[in-house]
Design a protein around this ligand. Sequence first.
Ligand code: PLP
Length: 437
Amino acid sequence: PTAVSATNLTFDRSRSHHQEAERYLARGVSSAARWRRMPVAIRAASGAHLEDLDGNRLIDCVLGLGPILLGHNDPRITEAVIAQLRRGVSIAAEHEGEGRLAQMLVDHIPFVEKVTFASTGSEAVAAAVRIARATTARTKILKFDGHYHGWLDPVFVNVPGAMAPVSHPAFGARHAVAGLAASDDVVVVPWNDTDAITEAFSRHAAELAAVIMEPLALNFGVIPPDPGFLETVRRLCDRSGALLLFDEVLSGFRLAHGGAAEILGVEPDLVVYAKALGAGQPIAAVGGTAAAMASIVHGPVKPAGTYSGNPVSVAAGIAMLEVLEERSSGLYRQLEAVGDVVAQGLREVAARRGIPLVVQRAGSVLQLLWSPREPVRCYADAFLSDAEMVARLCEGMLHHGVLAAPRGLLLLSAAHGQAEAEAVIAAFDASCHRLLA
Ligand code: PLP
């Protein structure tokens, strides 16, 4: 058994910072995904660590919510960014890097023949949805319950967190979201439910422009597709003419160099990457087959964006893909190994302490669920996890030096070694101790 760490950090300066910021900054933080009831304000980041305003040194298991795959301030990325800062940051003309980065993506991803860049995952998803609608001259989008595709209108329905599953009889109807345009054009189906998607296609096949999914659903439970499920969806799309759109904003370059598509062996028509691609700089890519991207090449869809494909983000993207080309297989083996050590360690602690913890994992992405149900196969299953207990476990870990997302998502990077893995497990043990005391 791991020793229970005596550390019990305090966060007084973070709390004062938050109270002061809240007077001017709505909610005190720019993204709802970063808001915590126990605020932590960070002064500096390096490798696997963060330093907060109270001087606490924390192991970072949030990693920018995805972009930081190599560790904070990896020297190759930092050097590339600094060099580009000196050459110019905003150039409203073509520049060399843009074409180079697109070529690197096309060279590596078999189904990507053309690429366009945006700045954020949400924006790129919106672009991909528009491309699919223009290509098919249809409007409806099919999404899966609980999958997250960014915070913009077209797909911000039935996202994880407060919104209940649409499809489970116990939970009832689709959630309306304040401030959003009506989303009648979005059909929502439970993940891993072949009957439900077959039925949805039998009703809407002629109207569906695209099926969008996180091919390995990382945002609400780290849930892989059941064997054969993606193949079924691919077949339904082929028969109906709907485009298959993989949202690899979080999974791309994190799970494998070729993303979840590489692991799962199914090719979409369109794909969106962001997060790890820019290693912390804001960049997203929409890629696809020549046919799927034809609406941009020849036609009606005209992506824009002052910062789309900006030189600094592109320089970071090129540096990131160069690192992956050099280190690819070793890097993913390392991430798999450290992910396995942490997951096994957490499971052992939970079993010893009698906590109903389910740890779902794909590579370097772990989800903690306080769940009566295992395996967790869809959003309705994950929704039964006790979010309050998970939040308290994560708060306890923070007191013992580990920052995890309050909803129980833990990410690991290449800078997380055996020492960090052991510290995460020890912090979890201490947190369980605290919770059960
Ligand atoms: N899609 C997925 C799968 C994501 O995980 C996210 C962000 O968490 C997004 C889209 C939105 O990306 P961004 O936050 O860059 O707009």
